[in-house]
Ligand binder design. Structure first.
Ligand code: NCD
Length: 309
């Protein structure tokens, strides 16, 4: 089986069969990662450059690990300390790197659409590791793998994305993926952080009351308030945000059921999620991070043109 696309720019462009193939391949790689020797030589002849124009901890380490576990040659580029700071354009930087015979590019950029632009101009396969407020496809895929491990499947499951929906690429990729795979999706948070018309545009439910949202769902994926992307005051203070929308132990204890708690990280403890919830037994936050490596191995492997067996 092969993916229908050459690049992984967003979940928007994937077919449900692509998503199922990536998840299935990731499960196979997860088995490899449990072995004493956590390596396979599948990408031994492939060279990958990681282009990170924006801060990242988890995603960058996760891609690097995935590449090393597959035996690829890797080069790491971070914008600070590079010639981007001397005024070189994105296309010039990438063309220079490609002339050194690079096969794949993993890219994070603060501009939405940056990887799509590159895909039009260079021959290498491109994986979007987060572009501005647009998409973060591998995060949605690892979230999906984590949900299926806990709940068996995505079909018919109720998932609420909580918090800063407006500025979250994790939210958009999750909405596309969950809708394509037959889950029911809700967004919850303050009206100022939820885009107008999202209900009709993206086929999601909208709820401004956090308690009602949590009571409805099987899974709550709690998002960070993206202060660095907000250029106006969208809520009064972080303290008030926590009081009105923070996911607390008390809120969870007040529900008539036990829901699964997720967060893509980085967590702002005491703002969108309290420590005892993030570290509690309903939380699968660290499993998400673990699954990130297997999902990225799957995406790299499939995009390198190898078929799943
Ligand atoms: C997210 C991101 O960078 O989009 N983090 C991640 O990749 N795990 C979410 C965030 O920054 O809040």
């Amino acid at each position: 089986m092969q993916l229908s696309t050459k690049h992984l720019l967003g979940i928007k462009d994937l077919l449900p069969s692509d998503i199922a193939l990536i998840l299935q391949t990731a499960r196979q790689f997860k088995e490899v990662l449990q072995r004493p020797v956590k390596k396979v030589p599948s990408l031994r002849d492939v060279t990958i450059v990681n282009l990170f124009y924006e801060n990242s901890t988890r995603t960058r380490i996760s891609f690097e690990l995935a590449e090393k576990r597959l035996g690829a040659d890797t080069i790491n580029f971070t914008a600070s300390g590079s010639s981007a700071a001397k005024g070189e354009t994105l296309l010039d930087t990438v063309n220079n790197i490609l002339s050194m015979k690079v096969d794949m590019v993993v890219m994070r950029h603060s501009a939405s659409g940056a990887p799509h632009f590159l895909a039009k101009h260079i021959p290498a396969a491109i994986i979007n590791a987060g572009d501005g407020i647009n998409e973060h496809p591998t995060q949605a895929l690892l979230d999906a793998l984590s949900i299926t491990e806990r709940l068996g499947s995505l079909e018919g499951k109720k998932v609420v994305l909580v918090g800063d929906i407006m500025h979250s690429r994790v939210a958009l990729s999750n909405i596309y993926l969950l809708n394509k795979m037959g889950a029911e999706v809700m967004v919850a948070g303050p009206p100022t952080l939820i885009p107008k018309y999202i209900e009709a545009a993206l086929h999601v439910k909208v709820e401004y009351n956090i308690k009602k949202a949590l009571q409805w769902c099987d899974v709550a994926n709690v998002l960070r308030i993206q202060l660095e992307r907000q250029n106006q005051v969208l809520f009064s203070s972080l303290r008030e945000y926590n009081l009105a929308y923070g996911v607390s132990r008390k809120l969870l204890d007040g529900l008539q059921k036990e829901i699964v708690i997720m967060h893509p990280g980085p967590i702002n403890r005491g703002v969108e999620i309290d420590s005892d919830v993030a570290d509690g037994n309903q939380s699968i936050i660290l499993q998400q991070v673990e699954n990130g490596v297997a999902v990225r191995m799957a995406a790299l492997y499939l995009l390198a043109g190898k078929s799943s067996n």
